[in-house]
Design a protein around this ligand. Sequence first.
Ligand SMILES: C[C@H](O)CC(=O)SCCNC(=O)CCNC(=O)[C@H](O)C(C)(C)COP(=O)(O)OP(=O)(O)OC[C@H]1O[C@@H](n2cnc3c(N)ncnc32)[C@H](O)[C@@H]1OP(=O)(O)O
Length: 759
Amino acid sequence: MSNDKVENSKVKDCADKDGAVDNQAAESHTATHAESPISAFSLVKHDNGIAHLVMDVADESMNTLKAEFAEQITQVLAQIKADTSIIGIVLCSGKPDSFVAGADINMLNACQTKEEVVALSRQGQMIFAQLEQLTIPIVAAINGPCLGGGLELAMACHGRICSDNAKTALGLPEVQLGLLPGSGGTQRLPKLVGLQKSLDMMLTGKQLRAKQALKSGLVDDVVPNSILISAAENLVLSFSTKGKHYHKSQRKIGLVEKLLANKAGRNIVYQQAEKSVLSKTQGNYPAPLKIIDCVRTGLEASSTQGYQVEAEHFADLVMSSESQQLRHLFFATTEMKKEQGVADVKAEAILKAGVLGGGLMGGGIAFVTATKANVPVRIKDINHKGINSALKYSYDLLNKKVKRRFILKSEMQKQLAMITGTVNFTGFKSVDIVVEAVFEDLALKQEMVVAVEEHTQEQTIFASNTSSLPIHKIAAQAKRPENVIGLHYFSPVDKMPLVEIIPHENTSDKTISTTVAFAKKQGKTPIVVKDKAGFYVNRILAPYMNEAAILLLAGEPIDKIDNALVKFGFPVGPMQLLDEVGIDVGAKIGPILQADLGERFAAPAAFDKLIDDGRLGKKVNKGLYLYKQPKKGLVAKLTGLIKPLPSKPVDESIYLLLGITPKGKLSAETIAKRCLYMMLNEAARCVDEGIVRNARDGDIGAIFGIGFPPFLGGPLRYIDSVGAKSVVAQLSQWAEQYGERYSPCQALITMAENDQSYY
Ligand SMILES: C[C@H](O)CC(=O)SCCNC(=O)CCNC(=O)[C@H](O)C(C)(C)COP(=O)(O)OP(=O)(O)OC[C@H]1O[C@@H](n2cnc3c(N)ncnc32)[C@H](O)[C@@H]1OP(=O)(O)O
């Protein structure tokens, strides 16, 4: 290995990018650069005896850990050990706004066998152990994302300082990829932050901001980025003088943690964690239980066994279909961040927005516009009550953040000041986009287009948040139809990640790209879909919901249907979803779909009885489930202690109303499959008709818009994994048994005949 002296410009390079290194670079004087130019690691030695180990993967925007770095880092470590003039190391990133985003997921995708992955994991564990065993102190200086293997690397250091940069986030998000931390994370995190906190972090994948990381004991200090490196050097020096390579954690050990310090206490934590995981995942995700097992083995048996189990479990998970689908999903969403709407058509800047209607949707749209997109927003409603309700929507959400200390009150006030209201169109002259969220009525929306055109500029975009009305009809009376587009949000707007963007045939390319860019600024993942009844999400949802209704009318109990779909992996069952959305809302969309797309969209007529009975769902506390439960008496409470009472019981009177006896003859698997296959068939039609631009958008739309089980990769990936042939055979059998609505679409039949797949 070369031990070339590098010119000061090399030192300066690293300093410039970091911004923080400037002070040191100024006083630093000689430096050695101990790597070939293509190495991801360079060692820059300073006169104060501290060397900076800088990670900078060439030609990539983010640092990720790759197998081929093992040799490079081993060489650097050997050099450090050989150079007795080095008194300590600061490990930092050469990227301006990121530390390390974890192991390279592409590398994991390329693994063919479990043994290969075990070897990878063991290699990572071994290298990090070598870092930890250095006899001189090593401190990680973290600015930007420090995730997965990146945090495992930082945890192997003797200390960690992070910047207060808003981009700084520390976490082990492997579980979201169906994985576990496979380079020692399951062993080191519990020691740093305690058992409960570590399980919480690893089982949810949540990322800590700088202050939370400090409070939890994950980092030793938080400082502005401008002094990050010098603070890390100071920590190195303090370790050197104390002769100790670790800091006493600053985290406060609470009473609960003290009570759980013995084995019996810890067993309670493991059991509770397992119970909670199983109820959340329904057993569909293998990673969480394996994470608990790694932690338990490390703490209760030995570290050596803990590391061994970690590598084995990690490898099993990398090879699992669940993780493979979740990794596809990661790359699909990453790819979508780059979508422009129309390739090579640049978006116009949106500097001010208008929202029509201060209801639940309007309030949510105003909130994400102001707080996520950072764009001032003017709400127009017909009365002050509407405006106030929209303002309250934002106030309540921001106030919650203040109470949880995520933001300061002054920040809340600043964000609230970006949302203003009007009962006429004052202030609309300067808006660049108007999102309408008024009542779902075609004539009213057409009127809104005319009014908005009158009160805004030539180029102002009119985006309709309709869930079902054709956009070309909304644009029918527009003077500038090229500015009219659909922008369909999902409720609750602040939480649901998807939006559908629906150009009609005369929408301009500029309008499409600008609306896509605007939705992305609001933190949404947009899919561009065709202007046809139901667009994509409601179109694939409707047959699934109808099938659930048909099953109910055939005597399957409400909770049995819901439990079957939840067990399959949906976040809520179709019956509960109907209550949440509102049975009246579903009833409005149904006929629009039926008129345009045919009889298979006909909702069972018996459901009209629900509307006649005023069962509009949760919003009126009357639907398929009971919302106002009678107070539990002592006996019920005691019974509840033995067997948990269902949180929300079915309103049994519904069966009488519908004239059915809920006997329930079908298995949960059949119930789930029948609903699901209706969705698969429709999703296949949508790809075929070009409703979505490609299978990827179809999968993302279903996962982010409906909650299609992510571990199955989306409806189209699911068809691929089951095989089009098998889907067609099942649908054909049911078509004979139950009727036409099951007939497989031509696209699926062709795929089956030609042995084709979507991916
Ligand atoms: C053994 C270990 O325990 C196993 C692991 O570490 S598994 C990996 C765990 N890490 C993660 O899950 C983090 C994944 N990354 C992210 O969440 C986000 O990329 C981020 C928050 C770091 C940054 O987000 P953002 O700024 O929006 O940038 P984003 O567009 O996502 O990523 C930028 C580029 O880095 C790539 N990238 C980010 N993390 C990556 C990773 N872990 N592996 C491979 N590529 C990655 C992206 O694919 C993208 O590449 P491209 O520009 O060529 O398309």
